[in-house]
Every structure is written in structure tokens, then in C-alpha cells.
Design a protein around this ligand. Structure first.
Ligand code: TRP
Length: 329
């Protein structure tokens, strides 16, 4: 059975783009594959969160994953920092990772630009830690967005380098997994491009109704159709795309027709869209709050994830130690 692995840095809440784009696919994948979903809290230290933020962010994303339907019995859902085997593999992989190649990675170059005051060594070796995350479970499929493909390629390079160096076939090739047609691309509210946390154009699963309403009412539109059946501009297409995923067919048909015959009022459309998004996200928000309040359940989930992840990781690490020459006495 194929092993699938995905990590998320605990730096922000899930937005609708994450939900429809990736998380819904994870829910399906956990039924068919050996899935590892984890929270990359070590990776998040590269941006120096406060201790309180770090803990809250990890708890939040955990509760969000659970509220979305990631099943800790089916998938291995864990917190990276609970699995020390990953840190040991990271140390070992660092010996075969070259500073020059790390300096050339796109994400590192981007970070130098975005946080020039904090170019720490963790940022440089970020892809090495990510490679350890991936290959410690011998994952072969890594669902990632375009921006993370290079990091998966680096993981593949380090897996092969290790195999070649010792003449073994310890690690299988990890590949970036593209959801292809199953990936619903959710646009942002700013008229162009997709929803993203850094763009500030997103609506979160965990967001107050009034905040959602305000954001949607401020969404970019155009001056309106002047001829019947004219094609929609990108900002309008985007609002309809959002409507497609959260509104009823009747609502969608009504506004599609109103656009086609030029009677559409964007204010009404946005009001309806806002209410439909609120209706969609409210049950998630309530579930997330309930899970966060249930410390016993959260502890149970984390303990179970840690146990499963450590069992898998220590099995690989034992092999690796032996291959390198750390024989047991
Ligand atoms: N670097 C990823 C991101 O920023 C998070 C991540 C860490 C990850 N380790 C991983 C993703 C392993 C996939 C596999 O989005």
C-alpha cells in the first residue's frame, strides 16, 4: 500500500482554499492509503513564534484537522516535535547535505528576502528536516502545492544519495502528489489569484460571522454586465466559484440568470454569498471549539499519533543506524 505524507506548519488557520483544496482529499485518502498527517512545529520555529503562540497554533490546527474529518484511527495524525526520531534522521542527513545546494533553493532565497534580520541555520537546512519528515516513514506520495515541489525533489535527492552512498535500497523515491482534477481551486476575494493565508484574501473555517460578512462585502467586483450573456470578468467568476461550493443550486442558478440578463446586483449577490459561507463555516467553528475544550480527547489523539508515528520512525531509524555503522553493542 502506498504511503502518503503531508505536513503543515502551525502558522495560521485553515482557510476555505485549504479545506476544498487539500483537506477534503486527505479525508478520502485516509480510507485508501497509509496516511501520515503531521503538524510541523519544528519548522515553524524558523520564524520564532512565542511559546504561547506555538502551543495555541498547534492545538488550533489539530482541532481543525479533526473537525474536518481527519480520523486519528485511520490516519496517523501527529505532532512533529513529539517524534525525536525525526530529529536524529535530520542530523544524519545533514552530513550529506551541501551548503551550496541548500543556498540555491527557492524557499531559502525567498526567506532571505522576506526576513533578512533572521536568516538562521534552521532556514538553510529546512529542506533537510522536511526530507527527514518524508523519508522516515518511507513515504512515496507527498501532496503539496507548487511552492513545495522543490522541497519534495530535494527529499528524493537525499533519499537516493543515502541509498547510493551505502549501496542500499533503504528509501523509496518520494514524489510530489498532484490532486489534478480532484483539486478544487478556491479563488481569493481580491479579484485575482487563489486564496492564500499570506495574501489576506481568505475566509477561514474558524472565523466570526461578522468578520466573514465584512470581507465578502468588500470583495472586488466590476461595473456590471452591460450586454446580455456577456462573459464574466475574473473577480465575478471568482464569486461564482465560491458560490458553487457553499451555496444551493437554486441560489447559483438565480444569480447566474441575473448576471446573464444584466439584472444582477452585486450587493445582493455578496450578501447571499456571505450568508452561505457563514452557514457553511459555523458548524466547523462550533466543532473546533468543542474539540479544543476537550483536553482529554486531544491528549488521547496526540498520544495515539505519537505512538504510531514513533513506531514507524524508529523502525526506519534502526535500519539507518545499522547501515551507517552504528552497530549495537
Ligand atoms: N514546508 C511545508 C510548508 O511550508 C510544511 C512541511 C514540513 C511539509 N514538512 C513537510 C510538507 C513534509 C510536506 C511534507 O507547507
Amino acid at each position: 500500500m502506498e504511503t502518503v505524507l503531508s505536513g503543515i506548519r502551525p502558522t495560521g488557520n485553515l482557510h476555505l482554499g485549504n479545506y476544498f483544496g487539500a483537506v477534503q482529499n486527505f479525508i478520502k485518502m485516509q480510507e485508501q492509503f497509509n496516511c501520515f498527517f503531521f503538524i510541523a512545529d519544528w519548522h515553524s520555529l524558523t520564524t520564532h513564534p512565542t511559546p504561547a503562540d506555538l502551543h495555541n497554533n498547534v492545538t488550533q490546527i489539530l482541532a481543525e484537522y479533526l473537525a474536518c474529518g481527519i480520523d486519528p484511527e485511520k490516519a496517523t495524525l501527529y505532532v512533529q516535535s513529539e517524534v525525536p526520531e525525526i530529529a536524529e534522521l535530520y542530523l544524519l542527513l545533514n552530513m550529506n547535505a551541501y551548503v551550496g545546494e541548500l543556498e540555491r533553493t527557492t524557499t531559502f532565497k525567498d526567506k532571505i528576502r522576506s526576513q533578512p534580520e533572521n536568516v538562521n541555520a534552521g532556514l538553510l537546512t529546512y529542506p533537510v528536516l522536511q526530507a527527514a519528515d518524508i523519508i522516515i516513514h518511507k513515504a512515496t506520495q507527498v501532496p503539496v502545492g507548487k511552492d513545495q515541489e522543490q522541497n519534495v525533489e530535494i527529499a528524493r535527492k537525499y533519499a537516493r544519495r543515502f541509498n547510493n552512498m551505502y549501496g542500499v535500497e533503504c528509501f523509496p523515491d518520494p514524489h510530489p502528489f498532484n490532486f489534478g482534477e480532484n483539486l478544487i481551486k478556491i479563488p481569493g476575494l481580491d479579484g485575482s489569484g487563489k486564496m492564500g493565508k499570506s495574501d489576506g484574501n481568505g475566509v477561514y473555517l474558524y472565523e466570526d460571522a461578522n468578520s466573514i460578512r465584512k470581507k465578502v462585502m468588500r470583495a472586488v467586483t466590476d461595473s456590471g454586465p452591460t450586454e446580455p450573456n456577456s462573459t464574466q470578468t475574473e473577480p465575478i467568476q471568482n464569486l461564482f466559484t465560491l458560490m458553487k461550493v457553499v451555496s444551493s443550486q437554486d441560489t447559483l442558478d438565480f444569480f447566474t440568470q441575473a448576471y446573464a440578463d444584466c439584472t444582477v446586483r452585486y450587493g445582493d449577490l455578496k450578501k447571499q454569498l456571505a450568508e452561505d459561507i457563514v452557514a457553511f463555516t459555523t458548524p466547523f467553528k462550533e466543532k473546533i471549539d468543542a474539540i479544543k475544550a476537550d483536553e482529554v480527547y486531544l491528549k488521547k489523539v496526540v498520544d495515539m499519533g505519537t505512538e504510531k508515528a514513533r513506531a514507524s520512525a524508529s523502525k526506519t531509524l534502526k535500519e539507518v543506524r545499522n547501515i551507517i555503522g552504528f552497530k549495537t553493542f
